[in-house]
Design a protein around this ligand. Sequence first.
Ligand code: UDP
Length: 332
Amino acid sequence: MKILVTGGAGYIGSIVVEELVQEGEEVVVFDNLLFGHREAVHPAATFVFGDLADRAAVHDLFESHRFDAVMHFASHTLVGESMRKPFLYLGANVTNALNLLQEAVDHGVRRFILSSTANLFDRPERIPITEEERIVPGSPYGESKFIIERFLHWLDRIYGFRYAALRYFNAAGASPTGERGEDHNPETHLIPRVLQVALGQREKITIFGDDYPTRDGTPVRDYIHVTDLAQAHILALRALDEGSRTYNLGNGQGFTVREVIEVAREVTGHPIPAEVGPRRPGDPAVLIASSEKIRRELGWEPRYPDLRTIIEHAWQWHRTHPYGYASTGESG
Ligand code: UDP
């Protein structure tokens, strides 16, 4: 298959591209390199520099290639930032996706995979969170993904457009090949920040609140290895012709912030000093996915379910790339 991957130079997108290439698929990456890195793109993939806001460029892209499927990762993805920039998230995230969808529909492409988010579940009534849970977006970011999911629902009904919406919980770790990993600037995520302390780039880690109703007072999250996430995309792609589908994607197991820090201390051998600071606005206490549905329907099984392995792979990446892709001598 020939697959268009938007955002294929980013953290999750680049690792999905790596897996697709390993499975013998033909991949075209479209990325504006705002958050992505050129060196993250697997050399076997074709790279096209461009922005989804540029409708003419998206049109040209579909005129130049006959895609069998689209995977859409290119997005603004920060919950906190979206609370400060609602127009960016509800504007750009949505209109960029619509440009892409319009061109896909116009060019007869009928297979689409959306990276969606656990931020649709701001006030879950049941843990682990199933696909039946009531949707309550926690931010303009979550709302933007929900709007795109609704578009997909209607495109399926009207055009037979087959889609999979994959709602990620906490993507973490790095490619086991050691070649691709997380490189955000600024870094906001817990595991890379904790590892920055171990690298001596950060003095200590601040725990955002320890007065949550959890076993040690710090929030519980479901950390899923990025390669397992990538595999879920490939399984979903293969199943698309049997119908559209929506899955929650996590490990089904939750860890507190303190537990993550403790495992990182064991993995790195560094004391990783921690202090407690105020809560980060918008953080729910507990987010754990039920991935029963994707396990049952697609036979998905995480290869790296242990938090320790996830942190070991992240550590291997950060240790060998202390400045991310810039460590390789080129910058993105
Ligand atoms: N967190 C923290 N200190 C940090 C970064 C994150 O205590 O420097 C906490 C954050 O409050 C959340 C968890 O770690 O409970 C995971 O945060 P992250 O930003 O990695 O992912 P999110 O769950 O927000 O998508």
